[in-house]
Design a protein around this ligand. Structure first.
Ligand SMILES: Nc1nc2c(c(=O)[nH]1)N[C@H]1C(S)=C(S)[C@@H](COP(=O)(O)OP(=O)(O)OC[C@H]3O[C@@H](n4cnc5c(=O)[nH]c(N)nc54)[C@H](O)[C@@H]3O)O[C@H]1N2
Ligand SMILES: Nc1nc2c(c(=O)[nH]1)N[C@H]1C(S)=C(S)[C@@H](COP(=O)(O)OP(=O)(O)OC[C@H]3O[C@@H](n4cnc5c(=O)[nH]c(N)nc54)[C@H](O)[C@@H]3O)O[C@H]1N2
Ligand code: SF4
Ligand SMILES: [Mo]
Length: 706
């Protein structure tokens, strides 16, 4: 099952969901591979950001896992693949026998390919559980919920290209594309701004998005610097302003939507003054932004983690949908509600069913007809009740869940209230981790399997605007590592050793051929048809070109109408008080990536920020007596970290801002593990915190070798 080449290969950057094409040039020795630009790559036409250019740096890093490891008496020892596989199969069989299949949890990986996630969820379901999830839960789960319910599909309504060509207003709320989706920002959105588009940024923090458009320096653009967790009141001010001024699209509301009256009722007694004060933004500024959006020919909303990662995440996004629907800004180029998806393959990981409530193609597990149609292809029964989400699996560990199979996730660092996550991991009877590095999570495992990296294998990934693209690999760096797909096939065939061959596939293409049979929106695709350009889903039949924007004529809801629903302010579950007077929020940096397993090991990426820090407003710094560059301890009800303070007006007064990228001072020791009731996403973006000054520096992050 190899996909190794000696010539340069065209593949896709392994970091974010933009899906830029890059080339990998194999060297004399396997580890010598180099990055090369791919001049006519479909998404980025040769441009890349700092992460794409540095991506090959970690492929041959000295920390790569090279052999399977088994823990004995608390220490890891090298083991053969045979031993590792036997242990996994024995333990998974034992757990199913002693408890039941729901005593296992399976984590898919948005860093791995569609084929691999497809097999992982098939493995979980063959084992007898729907307890399978991926990092989308911590990411855009709430966005996906709102979009699916109110418009039809949990994905961008538009494509980067039509937004570039047609959008007149970019309403960017709780998203920082200047750093998290740099090529979408520079190659697409900035072009529109050069052509005259206006940017409205709604974020408590100023960042490279602010600076890339000179938002704070011109009169055309606006930065509404709100308090974390006040997005509903802010949008309600916008919505009421639109209603008061009759900037609505009456025909669109009448023909394409339902629920408008509910919104009007919700806002009837709404007090704009009081709400603006709650947000910490002058009312006149919000009104001016409302006018810019509502009176534009085409206005597009971009929504990110600042909206989704709240206990009111679904309602946050619903309110953006409300705004788009009442102004008729959906179903045309340059409009819509657009979540820029995070990981290189988070869209695909969801599309292929690595979630507890849906099968491939978002077919509900509790819909008998849908389930049976998949069962027919698979040849085994699928459990008919939705399973647990990943944070729920973590909450149930040691209680109803007794084992975990984790492919390419690092929950000890990425899930909220990390100290408790670690305690619960210790309650588990068996943990298998399949990764490329010895992660903080792998330290807790009983068996660790060394996978090959993105640069060493082939498969497909799906980017943020639903483009399915092929990845291609060059030669393996470490002989004894295995492709994720090969590992899953081997475990599947050993675990279900009944001659069924449900996990026998010659190569990724063979898996894709089965996947497209059960995933309607991929049905028309083949590896050949994907070629170098890729294809946007939905692609129901061969030859379908896919749609660059959705909902031209109707929405994919039961009635075919877009769903408007008024929502009211729900403050974060933890708000400042005397003991914890500051609001802590967490977000990302351009140079680092999620839990940092890759970016912290890349000399180029690690150079600028080798350790974590906290942004503190000058007024707060003065109150606490904090000097710029001084180490401070940030404390929440759950834990504390010691980091350098950056005193800066980038952050709003009363708010502190730190990142989740660094193991030595992990933000998730502080965060609150309360969840949005429907989407089960944690509230990473608001917790109450306190700062202590005059402390010793924390252990700094292991420096990258440069
Ligand atoms: N360089 C880099 N790129 C990445 C990643 C990375 O780690 N590094 N991760 C990838 C992944 S998995 C994802 S999901 C995406 C995420 O990309 P984004 O959605 O851009 O994610 P964040 O940077 O976490 O948060 C976005 C913004 O929300 C703001 N914010 C915080 N609290 C609030 C609030 O209450 N309201 C509002 N309106 N805004 C708030 C933050 O200040 C931040 O500027 O990026 C992807 N791309
Ligand atoms: N405080 C706070 N916490 C957050 C967030 C936040 O904004 N604030 N954001 C949340 C979001 S949006 C997300 S998406 C999650 C991310 O949470 P995770 O998915 O847990 O984080 P990653 O660091 O992306 O982990 C990916 C893992 O895959 C491994 N890997 C990479 N390539 C391969 C491969 O080819 N094969 C295998 N088997 N493994 C591979 C990496 O080494 C790494 O261990 O974090 C969430 N946590
Ligand atoms: S924008 Fe995203 S996909 Fe493109 S090079 Fe940068 S990290 Fe890679
Ligand atoms: Mo994410």
């Amino acid at each position: 099952m190899s996909s190794e080449h000696d010539d340069p290969v065209k593949t896709i950057c392994p970091y974010c969901g933009v899906g830029c094409g890059i080339m990998v040039q194999p060297g004399e020795e396997p580890g010598d591979m180099r990055f090369m630009p791919w001049g006519d790559a479909p998404v980025n036409e040769g441009r890349i950001c700092i992460k794409g250019g540095a991506a090959t740096e970690v492929v041959d890093h000295e920390d790569r896992l090279t052999d399977p490891l088994i823990k004995e008496d608390g220490e890891f020892r090298e083991a053969s693949w045979e031993e590792a596989y036997s242990l996994i199969v024995d333990e998974l069989s034992r757990i199913r026998e002693v408890y039941d299949p729901d005593a296992m949890g399976f984590y898919g990986s948005s860093k791995t390919m569609n084929e691999e996630n497809y097999l992982l969820q098939k493995l979980a379901r063959r084992y007898g559980t729907n307890n399978v999830d991926n990092c989308t839960r911590m990411c855009h789960a709430s966005t996906v919920w709102a979009l699916r319910t109110s418009l039809g599909a949990g994905a961008m309504t538009n494509s980067m290209a039509d937004l570039r060509d047609e959008a007149d207003v970019f309403w960017i709320q709780g998203a920082n594309p200047g750093e998290q989706h740099p090529i979408a920002n520079s190659q697409y959105f900035r072009q529109a701004v050069l052509d005259g588009a206006t940017v409205i940024q709604v974020d408590p923090h100023a960042n490279k998005t602010t600076r890339s458009f000179k938002i704070d320096e011109t009169d055309r653009h606006m930065h509404l610097q709100l308090n974390p967790g006040t997005d509903i009141p802010l949008l309600n001010v916008v919505l009421k302003t639109v209603l008061e001024n009759d900037w609505i699209d009456e025909d669109f509301i009448a023909e394409r939507t339902e629920g408008f009256e509910h919104l009007v009722e919700t806002l009837e007694d709404f007090d704009k003054e009081a709400a603006a004060e709650e947000c910490g933004v002058p009312l006149a500024d919000i009104e001016r932004a409302a006018e810019a959006y509502a009176r534009a020919d085409n206005a597009a909303i971009f929504t990110g983690m600042g909206m989704s990662q709240h206990t009111c995440g679904v309602d946050n996004v619903q309110n953006e949908i409300n705004l788009a629907l009442i102004t008729g800004n959906v179903g045309r180029p340059g409009t819509g509600v657009n979540p820029l998806r995070g990981q290189n393959n988070v869209q695909g990981t969801c599309d292929v069913g690595a979630m507890p409530n849906v099968l491939p193609g978002y077919q509900l597990v509790d819909d008998d007809e849908a389930r049976q149609s998949v069962e027919e292809v698979w040849g085994f029964e699928i459990p008919d009740e939705p399973g647990l989400t990943n944070v729920e699996i973590s909450h149930a560990s040691g209680d109803t869940v007794h084992g975990l199979y984790i492919m390419g996730e690092n929950p000890i660092m990425s899930e909220p209230d990390a100290n408790v996550v670690a305690e619960r991991m210790q309650e588990l009877e068996f943990i298998a981790v399949q990764d490329i590095f010895m992660t903080e999570t792998a330290e807790y495992a009983d068996v660790v399997l060394p996978a090959t990296t993105w640069a060493e294998r082939g498969g497909t990934v799906t980017n943020t605007d639903r483009r399915v693209q092929r990845m291609r690999g060059v030669q393996k760096v470490h002989e004894n590592t295995k492709h994720d797909l090969e590992i899953l096939c081997e475990i599947g065939n050993r675990l279900f050793d009944d001659g069924s061959e449900h996990f026998t596939f010659e190569d990724p293409e063979a898996v894709f051929e089965e996947l497209r049979q059960v995933c309607p929106s991929y049905h028309g695709m083949t590896y050949d048809a994907l070629g170098e350009e890729g294809i946007h889903w939905p692609c129901y039949e061969p030859g379908d070109e896919g749609d660059s924007y959705l909902y031209e004529d109707s929405f994919d809801t039961e009635s075919g109408l877009g769903q408007i629903e008024g929502v009211t302010h729900q403050p974060p579950k933890e708000v400042p008080d005397e003991e914890y007077p500051l609001i802590l929020t967490t977000a990302r940096l351009e140079e680092h990536y999620n839990t940092g397993t890759m970016s912290r090991r890349s000399p180029t990426l690690n150079r600028q920020y080798p350790e974590n820090f906290v942004d503190v407003h000058p007024a707060d710094a003065e109150r606490y007596g904090i000097e710029d560059g001084e180490y401070v301890t940030i404390r929440s009800r759950r834990g504390e970290i010691t980091v350098k303070a950056q005193v800066t007006e980038d952050i709003k007064e009363g708010v502190i801002w730190t990142t989740p990228h660094f193991a030595a001072a992990s933000a998730n020791v502080l965060t609150n593990d309360v969840l949005d009731e429907r989407a089960k996403i944690p509230e990473y973006k608001a917790a109450a915190a306190e700062i202590e000054v005059g402390v010793e520096p924390a252990d700094s992050e292991a420096p990258a070798d440069d």
